[in-house]
Design a protein around this ligand. Structure first.
Ligand SMILES: Nc1ncnc2c1ncn2[C@@H]1O[C@H](COP(=O)(O)OP(=O)(O)OP(=O)(O)O)[C@@H](O)[C@H]1O
Ligand SMILES: [Mg+2]
Length: 182
């Protein structure tokens, strides 16, 4: 998950002698509950989860199958609604946003690599990478182009840009799920 939006303000330094305020976590869940189904079929996938992730860290969430890992990730990324509790992305409370604002936030601030890649089969790797930017109305400026070149070279995708998803390896498919710009 990438949480730093282009142009996001950076916190200023505290005045000398002032204790530094604790950094705002990249993402935070407070009292998260998620219940699926009703009656006998009811499942409490999350039952009051408090969790916070600092900026710039990698975290693995581990647990038995059915323990609620995917449910938690979906709530933290604003892909699904919690039954109760709050999710914060930086200072923004996701759980207080309407559908339109949530869609914009997901497009601009969250990168998600799904277990199944969800690439569009008729588009090349390059088109799949650039699609989220096009949908967000981002113009192909020199900055955007240099970000794209850096991404492609870092991921070793240069030779695969004109390939369609059916012609990509698993690793290349995963890399073609363009994360939000950071
Ligand atoms: N859409 C849904 N409708 C009903 N129950 C669901 C739904 N999605 C998940 N569940 C149930 O919620 C619980 C948590 O599921 P979840 O997919 O979050 O687990 P997980 O830890 O990601 O499992 P896995 O390791 O197998 O991917 C499970 O009991 C699952 O059957
Ligand atoms: Mg899962």
């Amino acid at each position: 998950m990438t949480t730093s939006a282009p142009g996001a303000p950076t916190p200023s330094s505290p005045a000398p002698g002032t204790p530094a305020a604790p950094a705002v976590p990249a993402v935070r869940g407070v009292g998260l509950r998620k219940t699926y189904g009703r009656g006998d079929a009811q499942v409490h996938a999350l039952d009051g989860v408090d969790v916070a992730f600092a900026r710039g860290e990698f975290t693995a969430i581990m647990g038995a199958s059915g323990s609620g890992k995917s449910t938690l990730l979906h709530l933290l990324a604003g892909l699904d609604a919690a039954s109760a509790g709050q999710v914060f992305l930086g200072d923004t409370e996701l759980t207080a946003l309407g559908d339109d604002a949530l869609t914009r936030l997901r497009r601009q601030r969250v990168g998600f690599v799904f277990q199944s890649f969800n690439l569009l089969p008729m588009f090349t790797a390059e088109q799949n990478i650039l699609l989220p930017l096009e949908l967000a109305g981002v113009r192909a400026t020199t900055d955007v182009r240099s970000w794209f070149d850096r991404l492609v070279d870092t991921l070793g995708l240069r030779q695969r840009l004109t390939h369609r998803p059916s012609e990509l390896s698993g690793a290349s498919s995963s890399a073609s799920r363009s994360p939000a710009r950071s």
